[in-house]
Design a protein around this ligand. Sequence first.
Ligand SMILES: CC(C)(COP(=O)(O)OP(=O)(O)OC[C@H]1O[C@@H](n2cnc3c(N)ncnc32)[C@H](O)[C@@H]1OP(=O)(O)O)[C@@H](O)C(=O)NCCC(=O)NCCS
Length: 162
Amino acid sequence: MVSARGLAPALGRQHAPFNMTVELRAPATEADWTAYHTIRRRVLFELRGNEAAYDANHPDEHLPGHYPFVLWDAGVAVGVIRIDVENAVAIFRRVAIREDLQRRGYGRHLLQAAERFAAEYGCIRAVSHVDRGAVGFYERCGFRRDGPHAAGAAVAMSKQLH
Ligand SMILES: CC(C)(COP(=O)(O)OP(=O)(O)OC[C@H]1O[C@@H](n2cnc3c(N)ncnc32)[C@H](O)[C@@H]1OP(=O)(O)O)[C@@H](O)C(=O)NCCC(=O)NCCS
């Protein structure tokens, strides 16, 4: 499996305000997993009034081809993503940046690091089912809408990786 540990230098090069301490890493310790679930539970469930629905023990986190990651900056967990790989397509799931650290560029870093992981893995396309409120963010990161969608539904978006 391609590791995402080597991504920090690329992140540092591409974005001057960030230094080499920014790193996308798979959770390896109990503390890493706690950081992963804490951000997901808070940003994607509790802040949306749905905390009770969060299941930290969901089997999807550990299925083959599913890669959970935490974005760290100088030892602080700032964001999360899970990348599910299916037939050379990387599905970006549950993207979240800590609520007090949003709009500082971390989300863009997270997607760029995820895209690099997916490309090194051999994926040719990244796709995501995007919440309406985050469509502008994905567009700023080079994703495009895949087509019309039903009212209220998530928006299907994608980006070529090669
Ligand atoms: C959406 C989210 C991941 C973006 O991360 P972020 O760190 O705040 O975004 P960044 O600071 O890297 O922003 C990158 C660019 O997108 C823009 N942007 C960020 N959030 C945006 C939004 N919700 N709508 C429109 N544009 C947005 C920024 O202004 C910036 O634009 P620029 O190219 O002019 O600099 C983060 O706000 C978040 O966790 N939101 C709550 C959870 C969520 O909606 N997740 C997505 C589920 S599909």
